[in-house]
Design a protein around this ligand. Sequence first.
Ligand SMILES: [Cu+2]
Length: 374
Amino acid sequence: MRRTPLILALVTVSAVAACGDKSDDTAASAGGPIAVKASDTACEVGKNTLDAGTHVFQIANSGNKVTEFYVYAAGDRVMGEVENITPGLSRELRVELPAGTYQTACKPGMIGAGIRADLTVSGSAAPLTEDAALAQATESYSRYITSQSEALVEKTTDFVTAVKGGDIEKSKTLFPIARTYYERIEPVAEIFGDLDPKIDGREDDATAELPFSGFHKIEKDLWATKDISKDGPVADQLLTDVKEVVAKAKAEKLSPLQLANGAKELLDEVANSKITGEEDRYSHTDLWDFAANVDGSQAAVAALRPALEQRNPDLVKQIDTAFTNVDNELAKYRVGDGWKYQNELSQTELKGLSDVINALAEPISKIAGVIAQK
Ligand SMILES: [Cu+2]
């Protein structure tokens, strides 16, 4: 669920050399983390030229708005992103960057194209996938994406057919099921420019260029307006976009760090948009997405498992326990093949879910650093 449409004019801010190269993180970036000073109006990236390899960006938000930080390759392909950096907070993003031209972006308020700057990477470095266990991780995650993608196209086709046939009840049943496959593969689905906003954007993120469309537009018409008679074209477009995302996702090989970051992002998604009921505000089917995001996170971790076992078996144990705690907590809200509606849970119950997700996010956030160690 990226909530940010990616068009609009580019605002370029010249990169200012910042100090702050203090490194307690010697493993990755030669020369330590790259400081990014983010505010509501600026995004000062400490370096605008880098050597090829793995780098750590340390983003500090001194503004009043929640921000995000992205590293984009050509065509706004996301190399790495970190979301939900609240005012006063500092967060880390670890990215593997081969030689090429990139752009960095901060997105105060989490909207628009962001405050951009060019970033040039030169030279060559052995990719992390030279390590056999990490190469295996990207392969095994690709297989997961392929299997989930096929189910996504199938279930979205069923959903779209029901919508076009005007069958409200059937469409409502199929809605959270089709979404499950999308939410599982979000780390890869979100990479491709404005496809994710078109498929999964919210009404409040809509712009003239990217009007409200996709799953959540139909959700609103199913549950709130209760009229899907005009949604044929929206449904057709949804299926077209899903097929495009699937074709691109299958062709993509996520780097080991993208897997690690993706496992973490999925949990951020759960915390920010599912527990709050933000994502499925009309249907309240957020727990389906919650479970799917957790599945997706677990799949990314599973792919990295052999590499993690070699480097930090204790971390693997912590992660396993934390996943079990999430599963047990979520299981309380199972109803048949589905889940309770988000608005049926009390604040205490939602807090219980939020606590286990936070407890899981903690060890998961260490994965990127661990696998970047040679
Ligand atoms: Cu989403």
